[in-house]
Ligand binder design. Structure first.
Ligand code: TYM
Length: 332
């Protein structure tokens, strides 16, 4: 059976982008077709300025939302990254495998470092080494498939390079993983700024649909989405990014192709109303289940405890083998 691993960072409330780009695939396909592990990657949330109480709250919320979305702990493993020490143990070996230059070339590093500096803050060293920890997350489990949105493809590509390099230098140790992107909505854009990604850590929230937004809030955000000049509904991601983004979202909700959907609407208003309804319906069961799970925190704790136990059991032999391969003395 193939192995799947993916994760979500508790740096903000989960968005429609996280759901359509990643979580929905985990729920509908990966957990049933493979031995799948899904992780709330809390250590990654410390790479930028953070409020400890907020990270703690968001980690619990992210875990609860993953279960509310339909991840079934009977068939997959859900856990929190910091509960499994093998991730940081292996991250160090990844830092010893990667070069400074390849870390600096990562688009997310460049964007986030520029943003931090513009705010007058300093850039944490862990922001630069972020992809080494992410590679460790993936490689510790002999992962075959990493279902992610488009923005993570470069990090998975680097993970592949590190796995190949390590295997060549020290003997075969890691499975070389591949990224798996969803067929549509692999990059959901901000509804107010369709040239930038819908991101959970953005400060301006009017263009972001959060999974726990009330239906009325979702409707308002969709109806106020920025569209392009002209009124014809056409699918043209380059020339008309606003409408293309809306068509992508609708296509992801209905399973149709965005190009075909474009021909079915003769006004932006009609299209937006259809999308608002589709998104509200898509998220309704998730909101209900989330409220139920919040009333039963012991259940969520139990899932995470068992998840971490299994994850540790799976990761330890691989990380021990990697330590031995590079010449570290086994603990006596
Ligand atoms: P994160 O927390 O930013 O996002 C979680 C997942 O959601 C996808 N995603 C999107 N997809 C489509 N449109 C969007 N607007 C959008 N925003 C986010 C992301 O691509 C991702 O799949 N570095 C990762 C977390 C991570 C990880 C890992 C993932 C750490 N270790 C190991 C996979 C395997 C991140 O920041 O995701």
């Amino acid at each position: 059976m193939t192995r799947t691993f993916s994760g979500v960072k508790p740096t903000g409330h989960l968005t429609l982008g996280n759901y359509l780009g990643a979580v929905r695939q985990w729920v509908e396909m990966d957990q049933h077709r493979s031995d799948a592990l899904f992780c709330v990657v809390d250590l990654h949330a410390l790479t930028v300025d953070h409020d400890p109480a907020r990270v703690l709250r968001l980690s619990r919320q992210a875990a609860t939302l993953l279960l509310a979305s339909g991840l079934d702990p009977e068939v997959c493993t859900v856990f929190v990254q910091s509960h499994v020490g093998e991730h940081t143990r292996l991250a160090y070996l990844m830092e010893c495998t990667a070069s400074d230059g390849e870390m600096r070339r990562m688009i997310q590093y460049k964007e986030k470092a520029t943003r931090e500096q513009a705010r007058g803050g300093s850039v944490r060293l862990s922001l630069l080494t972020y992809p080494a920890l992410m590679a460790a997350d993936i490689l510790a489990y002999q992962t075959d498939a990493v279902p992610v949105g488009d923005d993570q493809a470069q990090h998975v590509e680097l993970t592949r390079d590190l796995a190949v390099r390590f295997n060549q230098r020290y003997g075969h140790t890691f499975t070389v993983p591949r990224a798996v992107l969803p067929p549509v909505a692999s990059r959901v854009m901000d509804l107010q700024d369709p040239t930038s990604k819908m991101g959970k850590s953005h400060a301006a929230t009017a263009g972001i649909v959060y999974l726990l937004d009330e239906p009325e809030v979702i409707r308002k955000k969709v109806m106020r989405a920025v569209t392009d000049s002209g009124s014809e509904v056409a699918y043209d991601p380059e020339g008309r990014p606003g409408v293309a983004n809306l068509l992508d979202i609708l296509a992801a909700c209905t399973g149709e192709r965005p190009e075909e959907l474009a021909g079915q609407y003769n006004s932006y208003g009609a299209l937006k109303k259809e999308i608002a309804d589709a998104v509200v319906e898509l998220l309704r069961p998730l909101r209900i289940r989330h409220a139920e799970l919040c009333a039963d925190p012991g259940y969520v704790d139990g899932v995470l405890r068992k998840g971490a136990e299994r994850a540790r059991r799976l990761a330890r032999p691989t990380v021990d083998a990697a330590y031995a391969a590079v010449g570290l003395m086994p603990a006596l």
